[in-house]
Design a protein around this ligand. Structure first.
Ligand SMILES: [Zn+2]
Length: 474
Protein backbone atom coordinates (compact mmCIF):
# COMPACT_ATOMS: atom_id res chain seq x y z
CA UNK A 1 0.00 0.00 0.00
CA UNK A 2 1.61 3.25 -1.14
CA UNK A 3 1.69 6.30 1.15
CA UNK A 4 2.06 9.99 0.20
CA UNK A 5 5.49 11.57 0.70
CA UNK A 6 5.34 15.36 0.66
CA UNK A 7 8.03 17.96 1.25
CA UNK A 8 7.62 21.73 1.15
CA UNK A 9 9.96 24.44 -0.02
CA UNK A 10 9.02 27.96 1.07
CA UNK A 11 10.47 31.19 -0.23
CA UNK A 12 9.88 34.23 1.95
CA UNK A 13 10.93 37.75 1.01
CA UNK A 14 12.68 39.37 3.94
CA UNK A 15 11.67 42.76 5.32
CA UNK A 16 15.00 44.48 4.88
CA UNK A 17 14.84 48.00 3.48
CA UNK A 18 17.59 47.35 0.93
CA UNK A 19 18.40 44.47 -1.41
CA UNK A 20 20.63 41.47 -0.72
CA UNK A 21 23.88 42.62 -2.32
CA UNK A 22 23.36 46.31 -3.16
CA UNK A 23 21.77 49.40 -1.63
CA UNK A 24 18.70 49.50 -3.92
CA UNK A 25 15.39 49.70 -2.07
CA UNK A 26 13.61 46.35 -1.61
CA UNK A 27 10.05 47.70 -1.36
CA UNK A 28 7.01 46.16 -3.08
CA UNK A 29 4.96 48.11 -5.60
CA UNK A 30 7.46 50.75 -6.83
CA UNK A 31 7.41 51.99 -10.46
CA UNK A 32 8.85 49.17 -12.64
CA UNK A 33 12.63 49.12 -13.10
CA UNK A 34 13.31 52.10 -10.81
CA UNK A 35 14.99 50.18 -7.97
CA UNK A 36 17.95 48.88 -9.96
CA UNK A 37 21.71 49.44 -10.12
CA UNK A 38 24.77 47.85 -11.79
CA UNK A 39 25.01 45.21 -9.02
CA UNK A 40 21.48 43.81 -9.20
CA UNK A 41 21.52 44.10 -13.00
CA UNK A 42 24.82 42.21 -13.03
CA UNK A 43 26.70 44.76 -15.14
CA UNK A 44 30.38 43.93 -15.74
CA UNK A 45 32.73 45.04 -12.98
CA UNK A 46 30.07 45.46 -10.29
CA UNK A 47 30.72 43.84 -6.91
CA UNK A 48 28.10 42.52 -4.47
CA UNK A 49 28.20 43.28 -0.73
CA UNK A 50 26.24 41.05 1.69
CA UNK A 51 23.32 42.64 3.57
CA UNK A 52 24.00 41.87 7.26
CA UNK A 53 20.37 42.48 8.26
CA UNK A 54 19.22 39.74 5.86
CA UNK A 55 21.75 37.29 7.33
CA UNK A 56 20.50 38.16 10.80
CA UNK A 57 16.85 37.60 9.82
CA UNK A 58 17.61 34.13 8.46
CA UNK A 59 19.59 33.19 11.58
CA UNK A 60 16.68 34.48 13.68
CA UNK A 61 14.23 32.31 11.77
CA UNK A 62 16.54 29.30 11.84
CA UNK A 63 16.94 29.57 15.61
CA UNK A 64 13.17 29.87 16.08
CA UNK A 65 12.81 26.66 14.04
CA UNK A 66 15.33 24.90 16.26
CA UNK A 67 18.05 24.89 13.57
CA UNK A 68 21.79 24.90 14.09
CA UNK A 69 23.67 27.86 12.69
CA UNK A 70 26.54 27.06 10.33
CA UNK A 71 30.03 28.19 11.22
CA UNK A 72 31.12 28.67 7.61
CA UNK A 73 28.38 29.53 5.14
CA UNK A 74 29.19 30.04 1.52
CA UNK A 75 27.27 31.63 -1.34
CA UNK A 76 27.09 29.79 -4.64
CA UNK A 77 26.21 30.76 -8.15
CA UNK A 78 23.25 28.89 -9.54
CA UNK A 79 23.72 29.26 -13.27
CA UNK A 80 20.86 29.40 -15.72
CA UNK A 81 19.55 31.67 -18.41
CA UNK A 82 16.17 33.30 -18.11
CA UNK A 83 15.14 36.84 -19.11
CA UNK A 84 14.14 37.77 -15.53
CA UNK A 85 17.70 37.09 -14.37
CA UNK A 86 19.96 39.72 -15.89
CA UNK A 87 23.16 38.17 -14.48
CA UNK A 88 22.47 34.69 -15.91
CA UNK A 89 23.05 33.30 -12.44
CA UNK A 90 21.37 33.61 -9.07
CA UNK A 91 23.41 33.94 -5.89
CA UNK A 92 22.16 31.23 -3.56
CA UNK A 93 23.49 28.74 -1.03
CA UNK A 94 24.31 25.13 -1.72
CA UNK A 95 25.84 22.66 0.73
CA UNK A 96 26.91 25.14 3.42
CA UNK A 97 23.63 26.84 4.37
CA UNK A 98 23.25 29.46 7.10
CA UNK A 99 21.04 27.24 9.27
CA UNK A 100 20.03 23.57 9.14
CA UNK A 101 18.54 20.64 11.05
CA UNK A 102 15.46 22.13 12.75
CA UNK A 103 11.99 20.87 13.54
CA UNK A 104 8.42 22.07 13.74
CA UNK A 105 5.83 20.35 15.95
CA UNK A 106 2.25 20.44 14.70
CA UNK A 107 -1.11 19.27 15.90
CA UNK A 108 -3.20 18.02 12.98
CA UNK A 109 -6.72 16.78 13.62
CA UNK A 110 -5.73 16.13 17.24
CA UNK A 111 -2.60 14.12 16.33
CA UNK A 112 0.95 15.33 16.99
CA UNK A 113 3.04 15.60 13.80
CA UNK A 114 6.74 16.38 13.79
CA UNK A 115 8.26 17.93 10.65
CA UNK A 116 12.02 18.09 10.21
CA UNK A 117 13.39 21.33 8.75
CA UNK A 118 16.31 20.53 6.46
CA UNK A 119 17.59 24.08 6.11
CA UNK A 120 16.76 27.78 6.15
CA UNK A 121 19.15 29.64 3.90
CA UNK A 122 19.60 32.89 2.06
CA UNK A 123 19.49 33.77 -1.63
CA UNK A 124 18.44 36.60 -3.90
CA UNK A 125 15.12 36.87 -5.69
CA UNK A 126 14.84 37.05 -9.46
CA UNK A 127 12.98 39.66 -11.52
CA UNK A 128 9.58 39.06 -13.00
CA UNK A 129 8.36 38.48 -16.56
CA UNK A 130 5.04 40.03 -17.43
CA UNK A 131 3.31 38.52 -20.45
CA UNK A 132 0.97 40.87 -22.32
CA UNK A 133 -2.18 39.78 -24.17
CA UNK A 134 -0.62 40.95 -27.48
CA UNK A 135 2.06 38.27 -27.19
CA UNK A 136 4.85 40.59 -26.07
CA UNK A 137 6.60 40.25 -22.74
CA UNK A 138 7.99 42.82 -20.32
CA UNK A 139 10.70 42.32 -17.72
CA UNK A 140 10.55 43.93 -14.28
CA UNK A 141 13.87 43.99 -12.43
CA UNK A 142 12.81 45.70 -9.17
CA UNK A 143 12.51 42.31 -7.48
CA UNK A 144 15.93 41.24 -8.80
CA UNK A 145 18.23 40.89 -5.80
CA UNK A 146 15.60 41.24 -3.06
CA UNK A 147 16.69 39.00 -0.17
CA UNK A 148 14.87 35.72 -0.15
CA UNK A 149 14.85 33.14 2.60
CA UNK A 150 14.38 29.54 1.55
CA UNK A 151 13.02 27.11 4.13
CA UNK A 152 13.06 23.46 3.09
CA UNK A 153 11.48 20.59 5.01
CA UNK A 154 12.30 16.92 4.83
CA UNK A 155 9.56 14.95 3.02
CA UNK A 156 7.74 14.31 6.31
CA UNK A 157 4.18 15.28 5.40
CA UNK A 158 1.69 12.47 4.82
CA UNK A 159 -1.39 14.54 3.93
CA UNK A 160 -2.52 17.88 2.52
CA UNK A 161 -3.94 18.81 5.94
CA UNK A 162 -0.47 18.50 7.49
CA UNK A 163 0.99 20.78 4.80
CA UNK A 164 -1.73 23.37 5.43
CA UNK A 165 -1.12 23.36 9.19
CA UNK A 166 2.64 23.71 8.65
CA UNK A 167 2.17 26.76 6.41
CA UNK A 168 -0.27 28.38 8.86
CA UNK A 169 2.21 27.89 11.71
CA UNK A 170 5.20 28.99 9.64
CA UNK A 171 3.43 32.14 8.46
CA UNK A 172 2.48 33.01 12.06
CA UNK A 173 6.09 32.44 13.11
CA UNK A 174 7.44 34.74 10.38
CA UNK A 175 4.97 37.44 11.47
CA UNK A 176 6.07 37.09 15.08
CA UNK A 177 9.72 37.31 14.13
CA UNK A 178 8.96 40.33 11.94
CA UNK A 179 11.18 38.95 9.17
CA UNK A 180 8.61 38.80 6.34
CA UNK A 181 5.16 40.14 5.54
CA UNK A 182 4.50 36.53 4.40
CA UNK A 183 1.83 37.91 2.08
CA UNK A 184 1.16 35.19 -0.51
CA UNK A 185 -0.86 37.42 -2.85
CA UNK A 186 2.05 39.85 -3.17
CA UNK A 187 4.41 36.94 -3.70
CA UNK A 188 6.23 37.65 -0.42
CA UNK A 189 5.60 34.03 0.57
CA UNK A 190 5.71 31.26 -2.03
CA UNK A 191 5.26 27.59 -1.26
CA UNK A 192 6.26 24.77 -3.58
CA UNK A 193 5.39 21.27 -2.44
CA UNK A 194 6.94 18.12 -3.90
CA UNK A 195 4.68 15.10 -3.98
CA UNK A 196 5.23 11.42 -4.63
CA UNK A 197 4.04 8.06 -3.34
CA UNK A 198 6.13 5.36 -1.68
CA UNK A 199 5.57 1.72 -0.85
CA UNK A 200 6.92 1.47 2.71
CA UNK A 201 7.64 -2.26 2.30
CA UNK A 202 9.52 -2.31 -1.00
CA UNK A 203 10.70 1.34 -0.88
CA UNK A 204 9.41 1.75 -4.43
CA UNK A 205 8.47 5.33 -5.33
CA UNK A 206 6.58 7.21 -7.98
CA UNK A 207 8.56 10.05 -9.65
CA UNK A 208 8.69 13.25 -7.65
CA UNK A 209 6.43 16.08 -8.82
CA UNK A 210 6.93 19.71 -7.86
CA UNK A 211 3.89 22.01 -7.89
CA UNK A 212 4.11 25.73 -8.70
CA UNK A 213 1.75 28.68 -9.14
CA UNK A 214 0.17 28.49 -5.70
CA UNK A 215 -1.17 31.83 -4.51
CA UNK A 216 -2.70 30.88 -1.17
CA UNK A 217 -2.39 28.30 1.60
CA UNK A 218 -5.72 26.91 0.50
CA UNK A 219 -4.40 26.46 -3.05
CA UNK A 220 -1.38 24.56 -1.68
CA UNK A 221 -3.69 22.28 0.27
CA UNK A 222 -5.99 21.62 -2.68
CA UNK A 223 -3.10 21.09 -5.12
CA UNK A 224 -1.35 18.57 -2.84
CA UNK A 225 -4.60 16.71 -2.31
CA UNK A 226 -5.25 16.62 -6.06
CA UNK A 227 -1.70 15.51 -6.88
CA UNK A 228 -1.81 12.64 -4.36
CA UNK A 229 -5.08 11.46 -5.92
CA UNK A 230 -3.70 11.81 -9.44
CA UNK A 231 -0.64 9.71 -8.67
CA UNK A 232 -2.73 6.96 -7.03
CA UNK A 233 -4.90 6.99 -10.14
CA UNK A 234 -1.83 6.67 -12.41
CA UNK A 235 -0.60 3.72 -10.32
CA UNK A 236 -3.94 1.96 -10.65
CA UNK A 237 -4.35 2.50 -14.36
CA UNK A 238 -0.68 2.03 -15.23
CA UNK A 239 -0.47 5.49 -16.76
CA UNK A 240 3.24 6.49 -17.05
CA UNK A 241 4.57 9.17 -14.65
CA UNK A 242 7.75 11.20 -14.79
CA UNK A 243 9.70 13.64 -12.66
CA UNK A 244 8.31 17.02 -13.58
CA UNK A 245 7.11 20.43 -12.48
CA UNK A 246 3.37 20.87 -12.65
CA UNK A 247 1.30 24.05 -12.52
CA UNK A 248 -1.79 24.38 -10.31
CA UNK A 249 -4.84 25.52 -12.22
CA UNK A 250 -6.98 27.12 -9.57
CA UNK A 251 -10.10 27.51 -11.73
CA UNK A 252 -10.20 23.86 -12.80
CA UNK A 253 -8.75 22.44 -9.59
CA UNK A 254 -6.13 20.36 -11.44
CA UNK A 255 -2.35 20.29 -12.00
CA UNK A 256 -0.92 20.33 -15.54
CA UNK A 257 2.61 19.70 -16.83
CA UNK A 258 4.80 22.82 -16.87
CA UNK A 259 8.20 21.28 -17.60
CA UNK A 260 10.21 18.16 -16.92
CA UNK A 261 12.49 18.69 -13.94
CA UNK A 262 16.10 19.78 -14.32
CA UNK A 263 18.51 17.96 -12.04
CA UNK A 264 20.80 19.88 -9.69
CA UNK A 265 23.76 19.37 -12.07
CA UNK A 266 22.08 21.44 -14.72
CA UNK A 267 22.71 24.57 -12.65
CA UNK A 268 26.50 24.13 -12.50
CA UNK A 269 26.69 25.40 -8.92
CA UNK A 270 30.07 26.86 -7.98
CA UNK A 271 31.22 29.09 -5.10
CA UNK A 272 30.56 32.80 -5.65
CA UNK A 273 34.05 34.26 -6.14
CA UNK A 274 33.02 37.86 -5.36
CA UNK A 275 31.80 37.16 -1.80
CA UNK A 276 33.68 35.97 1.26
CA UNK A 277 32.00 33.13 3.18
CA UNK A 278 29.90 34.16 6.18
CA UNK A 279 31.26 33.03 9.54
CA UNK A 280 28.64 34.07 12.12
CA UNK A 281 30.43 34.84 15.40
CA UNK A 282 28.97 32.72 18.26
CA UNK A 283 28.39 35.85 20.39
CA UNK A 284 26.32 37.38 17.62
CA UNK A 285 24.25 34.19 17.23
CA UNK A 286 23.64 34.03 20.99
CA UNK A 287 22.58 37.68 21.03
CA UNK A 288 20.07 36.95 18.27
CA UNK A 289 18.79 33.93 20.19
CA UNK A 290 18.42 35.96 23.38
CA UNK A 291 16.41 38.61 21.54
CA UNK A 292 13.86 36.14 20.13
CA UNK A 293 10.30 37.07 21.17
CA UNK A 294 8.02 34.58 22.87
CA UNK A 295 7.13 32.32 19.94
CA UNK A 296 3.48 31.87 18.90
CA UNK A 297 3.08 28.21 19.85
CA UNK A 298 4.50 28.87 23.33
CA UNK A 299 2.32 31.93 23.73
CA UNK A 300 -0.79 29.99 22.70
CA UNK A 301 -0.03 27.32 25.33
CA UNK A 302 0.60 29.98 27.96
CA UNK A 303 -2.76 31.67 27.22
CA UNK A 304 -4.47 28.36 28.00
CA UNK A 305 -2.43 27.66 31.14
CA UNK A 306 -2.22 31.18 32.56
CA UNK A 307 -5.61 32.64 31.63
CA UNK A 308 -7.68 29.46 31.48
CA UNK A 309 -8.76 30.28 27.91
CA UNK A 310 -10.23 27.63 25.62
CA UNK A 311 -7.78 26.31 23.00
CA UNK A 312 -9.76 28.06 20.26
CA UNK A 313 -9.54 31.51 21.88
CA UNK A 314 -5.82 31.06 22.54
CA UNK A 315 -5.20 30.20 18.91
CA UNK A 316 -7.20 33.11 17.48
CA UNK A 317 -5.67 35.65 19.88
CA UNK A 318 -2.10 34.55 19.17
CA UNK A 319 -2.56 34.54 15.38
CA UNK A 320 -0.57 37.74 15.25
CA UNK A 321 1.60 39.41 17.84
CA UNK A 322 -0.30 42.72 17.93
CA UNK A 323 -3.62 41.04 18.79
CA UNK A 324 -1.98 38.96 21.51
CA UNK A 325 -0.30 42.09 22.91
CA UNK A 326 -3.59 44.00 22.85
CA UNK A 327 -5.42 41.19 24.62
CA UNK A 328 -2.78 40.95 27.33
CA UNK A 329 -2.90 44.71 27.90
CA UNK A 330 -6.70 44.52 28.43
CA UNK A 331 -6.35 41.61 30.86
CA UNK A 332 -3.66 43.43 32.77
CA UNK A 333 -5.94 46.44 33.18
CA UNK A 334 -9.09 44.61 34.30
CA UNK A 335 -8.57 40.89 34.95
CA UNK A 336 -11.43 38.79 33.53
CA UNK A 337 -9.46 36.97 30.77
CA UNK A 338 -12.45 35.19 29.23
CA UNK A 339 -14.53 38.37 29.05
CA UNK A 340 -11.54 40.19 27.51
CA UNK A 341 -11.12 37.43 24.96
CA UNK A 342 -14.80 37.60 23.99
CA UNK A 343 -14.65 41.37 23.52
CA UNK A 344 -11.41 41.33 21.53
CA UNK A 345 -12.49 38.48 19.23
CA UNK A 346 -16.11 39.65 19.00
CA UNK A 347 -17.29 43.25 19.23
CA UNK A 348 -13.87 44.89 18.85
CA UNK A 349 -12.92 42.67 15.89
CA UNK A 350 -16.19 43.59 14.21
CA UNK A 351 -15.41 47.31 14.52
CA UNK A 352 -11.89 46.73 13.18
CA UNK A 353 -13.27 44.81 10.19
CA UNK A 354 -15.89 47.44 9.44
CA UNK A 355 -13.35 50.24 9.45
CA UNK A 356 -10.57 48.28 7.76
CA UNK A 357 -8.22 48.98 10.69
CA UNK A 358 -5.57 46.70 12.07
CA UNK A 359 -5.59 46.25 15.84
CA UNK A 360 -2.62 48.59 16.25
CA UNK A 361 -4.84 51.29 14.70
CA UNK A 362 -7.77 50.58 17.02
CA UNK A 363 -9.57 53.73 18.10
CA UNK A 364 -10.38 52.09 21.43
CA UNK A 365 -7.26 51.51 23.50
CA UNK A 366 -6.79 48.37 25.63
CA UNK A 367 -7.23 50.56 28.74
CA UNK A 368 -10.52 51.96 27.42
CA UNK A 369 -11.83 48.48 26.62
CA UNK A 370 -10.78 47.34 30.10
CA UNK A 371 -12.75 50.21 31.63
CA UNK A 372 -15.82 49.21 29.63
CA UNK A 373 -15.54 45.61 30.85
CA UNK A 374 -15.15 46.99 34.38
CA UNK A 375 -18.46 48.86 34.13
CA UNK A 376 -20.25 45.54 33.48
CA UNK A 377 -18.42 43.87 36.33
CA UNK A 378 -19.37 46.59 38.86
CA UNK A 379 -23.00 46.64 37.71
CA UNK A 380 -22.95 50.15 36.19
CA UNK A 381 -24.32 48.84 32.90
CA UNK A 382 -25.49 45.51 31.50
CA UNK A 383 -23.62 43.51 28.87
CA UNK A 384 -26.23 44.46 26.26
CA UNK A 385 -25.82 48.14 26.94
CA UNK A 386 -22.02 47.77 26.87
CA UNK A 387 -22.31 46.37 23.37
CA UNK A 388 -24.03 49.60 22.35
CA UNK A 389 -21.47 51.72 24.23
CA UNK A 390 -18.39 50.33 22.44
CA UNK A 391 -19.26 51.65 18.94
CA UNK A 392 -19.93 55.06 20.53
CA UNK A 393 -16.51 54.98 22.18
CA UNK A 394 -15.03 54.09 18.78
CA UNK A 395 -16.85 56.95 17.05
CA UNK A 396 -16.22 59.67 19.64
CA UNK A 397 -12.94 58.63 21.27
CA UNK A 398 -14.64 59.07 24.65
CA UNK A 399 -14.20 56.67 27.54
CA UNK A 400 -16.88 54.19 28.57
CA UNK A 401 -17.86 56.20 31.64
CA UNK A 402 -18.05 59.41 29.59
CA UNK A 403 -20.40 57.75 27.08
CA UNK A 404 -22.52 56.24 29.87
CA UNK A 405 -22.83 59.61 31.63
CA UNK A 406 -23.50 61.61 28.45
CA UNK A 407 -26.26 59.24 27.30
CA UNK A 408 -27.60 58.48 30.77
CA UNK A 409 -27.14 54.72 30.27
CA UNK A 410 -26.24 53.67 33.80
CA UNK A 411 -28.42 51.00 35.31
CA UNK A 412 -30.96 52.07 37.90
CA UNK A 413 -29.82 50.33 41.07
CA UNK A 414 -31.40 52.69 43.53
CA UNK A 415 -33.71 50.49 45.64
CA UNK A 416 -36.37 53.13 46.41
CA UNK A 417 -36.71 54.00 42.74
CA UNK A 418 -36.94 50.34 41.71
CA UNK A 419 -39.33 49.52 44.60
CA UNK A 420 -41.83 52.00 43.17
CA UNK A 421 -41.59 50.36 39.74
CA UNK A 422 -41.91 46.88 41.26
CA UNK A 423 -45.10 47.90 43.08
CA UNK A 424 -46.54 49.23 39.82
CA UNK A 425 -45.59 46.02 38.02
CA UNK A 426 -47.19 43.85 40.68
CA UNK A 427 -50.38 45.91 40.58
CA UNK A 428 -50.50 45.68 36.78
CA UNK A 429 -50.01 41.88 36.63
CA UNK A 430 -52.48 40.31 39.08
CA UNK A 431 -52.65 37.05 37.08
CA UNK A 432 -48.85 36.57 37.16
CA UNK A 433 -48.88 37.24 40.91
CA UNK A 434 -51.61 34.64 41.45
CA UNK A 435 -49.79 32.11 39.23
CA UNK A 436 -46.55 32.65 41.12
CA UNK A 437 -48.23 32.19 44.46
CA UNK A 438 -49.90 29.06 43.05
CA UNK A 439 -46.42 27.58 42.49
CA UNK A 440 -45.57 28.71 38.92
CA UNK A 441 -42.16 30.26 39.40
CA UNK A 442 -41.97 31.14 35.71
CA UNK A 443 -44.76 33.66 36.14
CA UNK A 444 -42.21 35.97 37.75
CA UNK A 445 -40.87 36.71 34.25
CA UNK A 446 -43.91 38.80 33.35
CA UNK A 447 -43.37 41.08 36.35
CA UNK A 448 -39.63 41.45 35.74
CA UNK A 449 -40.38 42.14 32.07
CA UNK A 450 -42.79 44.90 33.03
CA UNK A 451 -40.13 46.72 35.07
CA UNK A 452 -37.55 46.29 32.31
CA UNK A 453 -39.93 47.72 29.69
CA UNK A 454 -40.66 50.71 31.90
CA UNK A 455 -36.93 51.43 32.25
CA UNK A 456 -35.90 50.49 28.69
CA UNK A 457 -33.65 47.74 30.08
CA UNK A 458 -31.79 50.03 32.42
CA UNK A 459 -33.02 48.61 35.72
CA UNK A 460 -30.46 46.46 37.47
CA UNK A 461 -31.93 43.00 36.90
CA UNK A 462 -30.46 41.53 40.08
CA UNK A 463 -31.99 44.26 42.23
CA UNK A 464 -35.36 43.94 40.45
CA UNK A 465 -35.50 40.20 41.04
CA UNK A 466 -34.57 40.55 44.65
CA UNK A 467 -37.22 43.20 45.35
CA UNK A 468 -40.00 41.33 43.56
CA UNK A 469 -39.23 38.19 45.56
CA UNK A 470 -39.15 40.18 48.77
CA UNK A 471 -42.59 41.68 47.98
CA UNK A 472 -44.26 38.42 46.91
CA UNK A 473 -42.74 36.23 49.61
CA UNK A 474 -42.88 38.87 52.32
ZN1 LIG B 1 20.77 47.27 -6.99
Amino acid sequence: MYEPIVGVEVHAQLTTSSKMFCSCRAEFGAEPNTNVCPVCLGLPGSLPVTNRKAVEQVIRTGLALGCEVGTLCRFYRKNYFYPDLAKNYQISQYDEPLTFGGRMELSVEGRPVSIRIRRAHLEEDTGKNIHLPNGRSLVEYNRCGVPLMEIVTEPDFRSAAEVREYLLQLRRLLWYLGVSTANMEEGALRAEPTVNLRDPETGERTPKVEIKNLASIRAVHDAVEYEIRRQYHCLETGEPMQQETRRWNEAQGITTVMRTKESAEDYMYFPEPDLVPIEPEPEWVEAIRAALPELPQARQQRFVAEYGLPEYDAQVLTEDRATADYFEAVVQACGEPKACSNWVMGDLQRLLNESGCSITESRVSPQQLAELIGTIKDGTISHNIAQAVLPKMWATGHSAREVIAAENLALISDATEIEKLVDEAIAANPKAVADYRGGKEKALGAIVGHVMRQTKGQANAAVVNELILARLNG
